[in-house]
Ligand binder design. Structure first.
Ligand code: NAD
Length: 253
């Protein structure tokens, strides 16, 4: 008899890409525990309300999770219209804290999949500057290290996504001994509630031009199958890599 699949934790499961990932996993028979500010999620998801910008709330959520997990999809994120401190907290500190806490619980050949963004390529930060932020120990030190760059919300968003790519590689290295993979996916502009925020911070003209290059904006359903695949055992030899899901936007420039 085959073993029943272990649960996968999906952050941001109440909306957009996270909801699409959660729905697809559930449809494929994988139990999903959703962590989101909003306690709503697609049918069949064990939706748990959690303000992930609060480290104590993350720790409480982690304490209530099962001992064995199939994987973690860190999808929750906020756009550059939010205050820089919250952008760093949700987009970078959450995947860092959850990844560290949950790697020991993830079964061999399971994975962490972090949702970054093609916006990472826009960040002017050097690899050394990103590494210095990731080397900072403790949330306050990370927040201070990013704040020292004096970035506005939009540039902070780009920075956090670039840092997430580098964090993913560190998580992959840390997971090797236990056989836990770590990957990132980088969506291009995607039709979710935060697309309007990106039009505000990046310019509606620029977003429209991007859609024209590849014919349309992405949809959550364009991202979800790749994320579900990367979490699966079928992807067991795929590790430590970022995969763009942008219809070719960056590749054809
Ligand atoms: N939509 C795009 O164009 C686009 C492009 C590239 C990358 N992304 C990334 O995709 C990811 C998902 O975004 P989306 O487009 O689906 O947006 P979305 O707003 O539909 O979903 C984001 C989810 O994160 C949750 N969230 C935000 N802050 C939270 C907090 N403090 N605690 C708990 N949950 C919180 C929200 O409640 C929401 O359910 C994000 O990381 C985003 O940066 C989006």
């Amino acid at each position: 008899m085959s073993e029943s699949p272990l649960p996968v934790v999906v952050t941001g499961a109440a909306s957009g890409i996270g909801a699409a990932v959660a729905a697809l996993l559930v449809a494929g028979g994988t139990p999903v525990i959703g962590l989101d500010r909003h306690a709503s999620a697609p049918d069949g998801v064990d939706a748990r309300a959690c303000d992930l910008s609060d480290p104590a709330a993350i720790d409480a959520a982690v304490a209530a999770l099962p001992d064995r997990l199939g994987g973690l999809a860190s999808v929750a994120g906020v756009p550059g219209t939010h205050p820089p401190e919250r952008i760093v907290a949700v987009n970078l500190l959450v995947p860092r804290r959850l990844g560290a806490a949950l790697t020991p619980r993830i079964a061999r050949e399971g994975a962490i999949v972090n949702v970054a963004s093609v916006a990472a390529q826009r960040s002017a930060a050097t690899d050394a500057e990103v590494a210095a932020v990731l080397d900072a120990s403790g949330d306050a030190a990370v927040l201070a290290a990013v704040a020292a760059h004096g970035l506005d919300g939009s540039a902070t968003y780009d920075f956090t996504k670039k840092a997430l790519l580098a964090l993913t590689l560190r998580q992959a290295r840390d997971g090797l001994a236990a056989g836990v993979r770590a990957l990132s996916v980088s969506p291009g502009p995607t039709e979710t509630p935060i697309l309007g925020d990106f039009e505000q911070t990046m310019g509606a003209d620029r977003m429209a031009a991007a859609a024209q290059v590849v014919g349309r904006h992405g949809r959550p359903e364009d991202n979800a199958p790749l994320i579900a695949f990367l979490l699966s055992r079928e992807a067991r030899w795929v590790n430590a890599v970022d995969i763009r899901v942008d219809g070719g936007l960056l590749g054809v420039r």
